[in-house]
Design a protein around this ligand. Sequence first.
Ligand SMILES: [Fe+2]
Length: 386
Amino acid sequence: MKSELELRKFVAPEYIFGVGARRLAGRYAKNLGGKRILVVSDPGVVAAGWTQDVIESLLEEGLAYELFTGVSPNPRADEVMAGAEVFRSKKCNALVAVGGGSPMDCAKGIGIVYSNRQPILEFVGVDKVGIPMPPLICIPTTGGTSADVSQFAIISNPIDKIKLAIISKSVVPDLSLIDPLTLTTLDPFLTACTGLDALTHGIEAYVSNASSPMTDLHALEAIRLINENLVASVKNPQDVELRTKVMQASLYAGLAFSNAILGAVHAMAHSVGGERDAPHGECNAILLDHVIAFNLPASPERFEQIASAMGVDLRGKTLIEKTKMLMKRVRELKREVGVARVLKDVGVTRTDVPQLSEKALHDPCLLTNPRRANRRDIEVIYEEAL
Ligand SMILES: [Fe+2]
């Protein structure tokens, strides 16, 4: 059967996009039946003032709240359990997450632990969540992770130094309030890292084995928007129009990868991020060009479309030329936004490669990679990225 004729599902939450969206949190939390809201955020976002804006909108609607900010940059299983205990003991009945991927993933974890009354690590894998979580509203403050629209929650297990993926329709929020103004306080390095994460989402979703015409549309537009606007956005942090374009890219990439899933870049980056506490987007960026070189022969036409969305014409080129030209463009973009480190700069050595590869081989994101990768393939990609 032609792939266009196959049954396809596309999961997305309701979302409101635009400057000022964050101030709608109170109205929608009330509509969803919220009475006492657990606001999950982190100290940096609180300091930027975005959490307070959201709290004020809750108070304007007469809602009570508890604030939980015990979330590290890569949210840990014990932090999720602590948050779930606050939710229970303070008798909260809805969640509002304000921040990047970390508070949003932590809030998702808190919700499923509270409803299902089991440790968070019991839900790792695909479709392991039985009982739906309490209402969840997400307000993203970074342009890349897209946890606000995705059916993913990534939780770190600090004991085994591993990042684990919970993939379930149950962790798609009820509502996402996407306010590009929140990006204006994001520092240049995190703007770059989260933007390159969004680019990786677009690329991996577009070449994924589970892609569909619906995800393709969003993936290619996300790639185009990041390619055109990320560098300028890093250089002009207060330009709301540029921030809006990057936030749109993040949204589209999120809708694409939430439904098409990801690939080897994410499988391998999760493994690195579990071992070394480097930003997720940076881990992806370090590996992206090397994984493109590995994957391109499996899907040259699709990579030709990706290159075209990045302003590179690969028509009529040999496979080797195509690979070189696309890698060059990705590296150029990384350099222009100031992401210059390689694996050894984040503390990875050659002796770490076998263990990193072992963990990457077990990551569910590897299942949708367009080219089957065995242990040796993964090891070679890590070695090339050292
Ligand atoms: Fe990602």
